[in-house]
Design a binder for this molecule. Structure first.
Ligand SMILES: *[C@@H]1O[C@H](CO)[C@@H](O)[C@H](O)[C@H]1NC(C)=O
Length: 294
């Protein structure tokens, strides 16, 4: 019996290899990548703290104690914002981190996860102006458009003032969707942007996922069977860009490099998409208790 299973396994693997010659074996991350994933998880966490989005010009801090690396850096916000749009609150900050020579645009996730999931619709909108054949989730795209003019102006002046700094977009949950759409649009205008998202929902169709993938510098992080990256579902035409950085350890567990697998391939089932279960608690643990400030 065991031998038969083994033989079937070999046959299945051989069939897979024949069908998909570019299939990648998930690999662990390096210590440097883990350090970056941690730093930007903390920046995303900081965007949930009211004191970081209700005034401009201050040093970032997290009352929940979940952003020690951010607090250790010399930071000064260049723009803090919170806008109510009928598609949801878009909030966050643009900050200068002179310790790490970074400009970070961080977007907050939704304040009530269960309400957000219940209200999530699947309507898409043509965004052929961004890439040919691309469609985005209508609510996500309209939310980016609601803040785009003011953010682009702020980012432009920050980049002009600090041409040697690295520009990073980041966010958790809905904030990850905002970060990805914003970075994709601004890269089209020539900005060089590194993108770190945590528990982002799917943004749109496969053409969009392929386009975001082709832009590179993407760290799309998921955690075990977090429900949010499973939405909206693949079966109704939504896709995620690649690669995925899949955290395999449980909620509240300190993370090591071997706990994060790098998974290549749009719509791969090797990571979150193939994990059985749909957990809301897994959505809260991204290296830190990411939404603890809300
Ligand atoms: C911003 O929020 C913090 C935390 O709630 C509060 O202490 C502070 O007074 C607020 N600042 C402004 C300008 O509203």
């Amino acid at each position: 019996m065991r031998l038969l299973e083994y033989a079937c396994g070999i046959a299945a693997l051989a069939a897979l290899a024949a069908a998909a010659p570019t299939r990648h074996v998930p690999r662990d991350v390096s210590a440097d990548v883990l350090q970056q994933l941690t730093l930007f998880a903390e920046y995303s966490a900081a965007s949930y703290c009211t004191n970081n989005i209700n005034s401009t010009g201050n040093k970032l801090s997290c009352s929940a104690g979940n952003c020690p690396m951010v607090e250790a850096a010399t930071t000064k916000t260049l723009y803090e914002f919170e806008e109510d749009s009928k598609f949801g609150d878009v909030a966050g900050f643009l900050v200068e981190d002179s310790t790490n020579k970074l400009l970070i645009m961080a977007f907050r996730g939704s304040r009530s996860l269960s309400t957000w999931i219940a209200n999530l619709d699947f309507a898409t909108e043509d965004i052929g102006s961004i890439c040919t054949g691309c469609e985005a989730h209508g609510g996500f795209w309209k939310s980016w458009e609601a803040v785009a003019d003011s953010l682009v102006a702020q980012i432009k002046s920050a980049v002009d003032a600090h041409p040697q700094y690295t520009l990073v977009f980041t966010g958790h949950s809905f904030g990850g969707a905002m970060a990805t759409l914003g970075a994709t649009a601004m890269r089209n205008d020539g900005y060089k942007i590194e993108l770190y998202t945590y528990g982002s929902p799917r943004l749109g169709n496969k053409a969009l996922a392929e386009y975001v993938t082709s832009q590179g510098s993407l760290y799309r992080t998921t955690h075990t069977d977090d429900i949010v990256p499973k939405l909206p579902p693949i079966v109704i035409g939504f896709s995620h860009p690649s690669p995925e950085y899949w955290i395999t350890s449980g909620d509240g567990v300190d993370i090591d490099t071997s706990d994060i697998k790098v998974i290549e391939g749009i719509d791969s089932k090797s990571g979150n998409a193939g994990a059985s279960g749909e957990s809301t608690s897994a959505h809260g643990w991204y290296i830190v208790d990411i939404s603890a400030c809300q």
